[in-house]
Design a protein around this ligand. Structure first.
Ligand SMILES: [Fe+2]
Ligand SMILES: [Fe+2]
Length: 145
């Protein structure tokens, strides 16, 4: 069977925060579209816009998460902000380092690792805390006379 999606979405990637899951799907969708076009040889058309899009949408996504972290006074906020910033800078470095078509294939594993580590490791811990925070808010509202 022809492999269309480089990173097929799996249910286990869901963290349970709808807007965060939606944005993660969007980010993975950008990577999949990139892979699809690179596979067809459309490197020139997709390379610059894709990396630009990932950087910009990544920044919006990180701002979404950081607002949630602030909302619950997340103790790892500063650490996560640094982590997010480092990932954006790394994306820029990668974009700047591509000088030939062959370099594009080197970018793919980076993009995969970048987003999978972000979703499956960094965000899982934050999401669990945020969901617990939201649940405790609902409980305290329900208990208010
Ligand atoms: Fe995320
Ligand atoms: Fe994150």
């Amino acid at each position: 069977m022809e492999k269309v999606f480089y990173l097929p979405w799996k249910d286990e990637y869901s963290l349970g925060i709808d807007i965060v899951d939606e944005q993660h799907r969007g980010l993975i969708g950008i990577v999949n579209t990139f892979y699809y076009h690179v596979s067809l040889g459309n490197v020139d058309m997709v390379m610059v816009p894709t990396l630009e899009l990932l950087r910009k949408y990544g920044a919006i996504h990180f701002a979404t998460e950081e607002a949630m972290m602030k909302e619950m006074n997340y103790p790892q906020l500063a650490e996560q902000q640094e982590e997010h910033q480092a990932l954006l800078e790394k994306t820029e470095q990668i974009a700047a380092s591509i000088s030939s078509e062959n370099d594009v294939w080197k970018v793919m594993p980076f993009l995969k690792r970048f987003w999978m580590d972000h979703i499956l490791t960094d965000d899982r811990e934050f999401a669990e805390c945020y969901l617990a925070f939201k649940a405790s808010q609902r409980t305290s509202v329900a208990n208010t006379p």
